[in-house]
Ligand binder design. Structure first.
Ligand code: HEM
Length: 225
């Protein structure tokens, strides 16, 4: 039987992976993909800044996929131990905790589909410009639209509720008022991510962003193919 100290340590590791490397990557990825609003050249240039050559691709993948796999694995362990109860104040109700599991699973499915189109081909030498073209051609099809829409919504819900839960796990909030403020703040952060990603998706689906459309297309001489 796992002691309370071991259980807390396991939860802390699980949430640290969620709000540490994965959260940092979300910021990076929002910044990377927002370049698409300035056109194909800017998109390719920005992705070349974070991973141009094979070494960069491998390092970036490991920095994201290893924490993600550990987070998902530890999450499955927490589900197995939950035994039908909302064992702490981390989630407002057992139903919302289950929604955290469901959105975690939906995020995993979305990531597999998304990475197989945008990331895996890069290891076969496909350029960032070619990925941009594939996204332009495919993102508007009904299947891809449903996958991307549901995937982004699931991810943002999971991140928002997870951020608030992390504040409890690590003891950063005290009292009802503190918890409510943490939940509102985490919800607003998640909403910002949602709007940024949907805005970027709109560029590929409709040919223009929903909002914040740059007036000119940015070109760069330093494009890495
Ligand atoms: C492969 C996709 C993912 C899966 C399968 C997954 C799984 C889970 C599960 C099962 C929980 C709930 C654990 C519990 O009941 O206590 C959870 C919580 C959480 N997840 Fe994820 N997750 C995924 C992706 C992500 C991503 C991409 C992020 C952040 C960018 C993230 C951040 C969090 C946070 C912060 C928590 C709350 C931790 C806590 O309770 O203290 N997750 N995740």
């Amino acid at each position: 039987m796992e002691s309370a100290v071991e259980s807390l340590r396991r939860r802390k590791l699980h949430s640290a992976l969620g709000v540490g490397p994965l959260f940092a990557f979300l910021f990076l990825h929002a910044w990377e993909t927002t370049a698409s609003l300035s056109g194909r050249e800017a998109f390719a240039y920005r992705f070349s800044l974070t991973a141009a050559e094979m070494t960069g691709l491998v390092v970036k993948s490991l920095l994201v996929l290893v924490p993600l796999a550990l987070h998902a694995g530890l999450g499955l362990g927490l589900i197995a131990r939950a035994r039908g109860g909302n064992d702490s104040a981390r989630y407002p109700s057992y139903g919302l905790r289950v929604l955290q599991w469901i959105t975690g699973g939906m995020t995993a499915v979305f990531l597999v589909v998304h990475l197989s189109v945008t990331w895996a081909p890069r290891f076969g030498g496909v350029s960032a410009k070619a990925i941009y073209d594939v996204l332009m051609a495919r993102a508007g099809t009904p299947t891809q639209l449903v996958i991307a829409g549901l995937g982004i919504a699931s991810l943002c819900f999971h991140v928002g509720q997870g951020l608030a839960a992390t504040c409890v796990t690590w003891g950063w909030v005290a009292g009802e008022g503190g918890l409510r403020r943490a939940r509102i703040g985490a919800g607003l952060i998640a909403l910002c991510f949602f709007l940024v990603f949907i805005n970027n998706l709109s560029h590929f689906v409709a040919g223009r962003a929903l909002a914040f459309e740059p007036s000119t297309e940015i070109h760069s001489d330093a494009i890495v193919e």
